[in-house]
Design a binder for this molecule. Structure first.
Ligand code: FAD
Length: 391
């Protein structure tokens, strides 16, 4: 693959070996149980996957976007819920690396260097999902602290994270203008979590409401300035969905393809293996073609991020395309896998059925696919100007 260096291949193999040994044999159980995936947590901690994006200056490997994408994709081929341990965690770590001041990096990275601490990302509220700019969680400044009250919903990792990157309202607005980004420690007084949500898929990923009742957060835990939280979100955090949600989708689609191919190669109908029926082999060919197209777009978007210097709107457009295309592809592949597998997918406990539901979930989260289309459409004039000037 043209985008991958030998270091990328090395990392991919390392994660693949770990997945084959430690995750794949238990994937069905992890994806089916509404429980924190302890086994995956321990395996990832041992391999320090929680700290893959830790900067080199602080003793980490400072993985680039493409490396993070390979990790998330590889884990998601069998257990997207397990990928949701390391995806928000590395997103928060990378956000600290890109926006934190030296005191924050010295303090936080010293604590997180061991690579065994999950991190949460808290934007959505019960009344504000896609319209995140209207969020209502309040943070009043009192001396060198903020007093934070409000509710966040659908928070991946629930109570299991060490810190929560939380977007709060510190000023009157309008809308995004009054938003700040705070890191809230798990042991803060007044912080509590609801029971795990009963989602249609991703059962092995705990998702909960997060309640903040006068939680005291040091001003020293604010990333960038007061009122600059929206920039932290849009300029720094949002592009990470290319190695997050997009790579999860890609892995999920690949996992569904692998299951469908195995089923078609081992199951007979009218005395012949299913794969020898043209209608079935065409379905598999279609699945593989779409997955490869999605992979090319995804890796290209990662390479653009890693190269640096691209215009923010070019990055925004390509990242939105990669997330939207990859999760729509995963859903299409899921439907085609159902045609190949029949009953083997209709069994609600099968891994194929679990992955089918995951594909639907990723179309919704990390910015729904309608919202990604809005972003792409908003940038159409920019994309056209670039094409016209050839720049
Ligand atoms: C498994 C899972 C994990 C999650 N983890 C986290 C997490 O860790 N942290 C976090 O902060 N959030 C998380 N979320 C929340 C997720 O990001 C939101 O669900 C998502 O942003 C959509 O918000 P909503 O569900 O409130 O839908 P709404 O915003 O209410 O939208 C409903 C529907 O309307 C469409 N829509 C909305 N506005 C427009 C528009 N202007 N034009 C066209 N269509 C529109 C949407 O696409 C959607 O299909 C998670 C969600 C899921 C399912």
């Amino acid at each position: 693959m043209p985008f991958l260096s030998s270091a990328h291949h090395g990392l991919k193999k390392r994660v693949q070996d770990l997945v084959d040994k430690m995750i794949a044999p238990h994937a069905q159980e992890i994806e089916g149980a509404h429980e924190f995936p302890q086994r995956a947590y321990k395996a990832f901690s041992r391999e320090k996957l929680f700290a893959l994006s830790m900067p080199k200056a602080y003793g980490g490997p400072e993985a680039d976007a493409l490396s993070l994408a390979l990790m998330v994709e590889t884990i998601s081929t069998v257990s997207p819920s397990s990928a949701l341990l390391v995806f928000p965690t590395n997103a928060v770590l990378r956000t600290i690396a890109l926006t934190g001041n030296s005191e924050q990096k010295d303090r936080l990275f010293a604590e997180l260097r061991a690579g065994d601490q999950p991190m949460g990302f808290c934007l959505t509220e019960p009344d504000h999902g896609s319209d995140a700019g209207s969020l209502e969680t309040r943070a009043e400044r009192v001396g060198d602290h903020y007093i934070v009250s409000g509710t966040k919903s659908y928070i991946t990792l629930g109570q299991h994270a060490r810190y929560y990157l939380t977007f709060v309202r510190t000023g009157p607005g309008p809308k995004a203008a009054g938003i700040s980004a705070l890191l809230i420690s798990r042991d803060s007084e007044g912080l509590d979590f609801g029971p795990p949500e009963k989602k249609m898929g991703l059962h092995g990923s705990i998702t909960s409401q997060m309640y903040m009742d006068k939680v005291k957060v040091p001003v020293a835990n604010r990333l960038w300035g007061e009122g600059e939280g929206w920039r932290v979100l849009t300029e720094v955090a949002n592009p990470m969905r290319v190695w997050g949600a997009a790579s999860m989708s890609l892995g999920t689609a690949q996992g569904l393809f692998n299951l469908a191919l195995k089923h078609a190669s081992t199951t007979k109908s009218n005395g012949r293996h299913l794969i020898s029926q043209q209608a079935i082999s065409f379905l598999l060919a279609e699945m593989q073609m779409r997955i490869e197209a999605s992979r090319s777009l995804n890796y290209r978007a990662c390479a653009l991020l890693d190269r640096g210097g691209a215009h923010p709107r070019e990055i925004e457009t390509l990242v939105s395309m990669a997330k939207c295309y990859a999760s729509d592809t995963a859903m299409q592949v899921a439907e085609m896998a159902g045609k190949v597998m029949g009953e083997a997918m209709a069994d609600g406990n099968s891994l194929a059925a679990r992955l089918f539901c995951v594909a639907k979930g990723i179309q919704i989260f990390d910015g729904s696919n309608q919202v990604q289309r809005l972003i792409i459409a908003r940038n159409l004039s920019y994309t056209k100007d670039v094409a016209d000037t050839g720049s």
